[in-house]
Design a protein around this ligand. Structure first.
Ligand SMILES: O=C1C[C@@](O)(C(=O)O)C[C@@H](O)[C@@H]1O
Length: 248
């Protein structure tokens, strides 16, 4: 089995691990949310930086968050074109991620792959020099690519030296959900890195629950607010994952 470590957390062994995203717009909101989220005992916290209005004191906020969070921290900035909240120019995006790496603010970094590949690859290399695992991500909020296309995206992430490959798609039919699940199973069988996949929205909820069977190693749950359509509350997620646990 392919496993990857983010801080003390091992991904890829057995049941999918549960991540929750912090989506606070202000420091106060963020820290309150962190407290509430930790009460649900997730395995990983993703801080979605694009929700924060003032990006000038991330370092200080990470310091404060670390006092609350007892689990590893994944940092993500999803720009508006990628389904995130704020626009951010290419130069600023890479500058921000570089700062996160240099100042060692995270336990893992999310980089959206649909950008200048050269720059993404350089950033991955720099992250690895700092021993920081990288999740390369691809989001399609409009539709679901075919199984072959999804697999190609995940393969490319592997070639670009990702530690984990992630794809989120928008299904419009049950067949779209099947494309995503088929691609997930194939990627889990064929690629040397663990994958994280989900179909968003109500139609895709099943993909947030079936990771152990189809091969997705992490699922994003909600605590109050959610960072993408279709996320299920952590409490329910935990119960259903336990019920679906494979007795292999
Ligand atoms: O990439 C992902 C997955 C996600 O889009 C979801 O559908 O749960 C939520 C995002 O916050 C995260 O960065």
């Amino acid at each position: 089995m392919k496993t990857v470590k983010i801080g003390k957390l091992t991904l890829g062994n057995g049941c999918p691990k549960i991540a929750v995203s912090l989506t606070g717009k202000s420091a106060t909101e963020l820290l309150q949310q962190a407290q509430a989220v930790m009460n649900t005992q997730p395995d990983l916290i993703e801080w979605r930086l694009d929700y924060l209005q003032d990006l000038s004191n991330i370092k200080q906020l990470v310091g404060k968050l670390r006092l609350i969070l007892k689990v590893p921290l994944l940092l993500t900035f999803r720009t508006q074109e990628e389904g995130g909240v704020q626009p951010l120019g290419e130069k600023q995006y890479f500058g921000l991620l570089r700062k996160i790496i240099d100042q060692q603010l995270a336990d893992a970094l999310d980089i959206e792959v649909a950008r200048n590949h050269q720059q993404v690859e350089t950033l991955v290399q720099v992250a690895h020099q700092h021993k920081l695992p990288v999740i390369l991500s691809y989001h399609d909020f409009q539709q679901t690519p075919t199984t072959a296309q999804i697999l190609n995206h995940l393969k490319l992430m592997n070639e670009m030296q990702a530690d984990l490959a992630k794809i989120a798609v928008m299904p419009h039919t049950a067949y779209d959900v099947l494309e995503l699940l088929t691609a997930t199973r194939k990627a889990a069988d064929q690629l040397p890195l663990p994958v994280i996949t989900m179909a968003m929205g109500s139609l895709g909820k099943i993909t947030r629950l079936s990771g152990e069977l189809f091969g997705s190693v992490l699922t994003f749950g909600s605590v109050g607010t959610s960072s993408a359509p279709g996320q299920i509350s952590v409490a329910r997620l935990r119960t259903i994952l336990a019920e679906l646990q494979l007795q292999l």
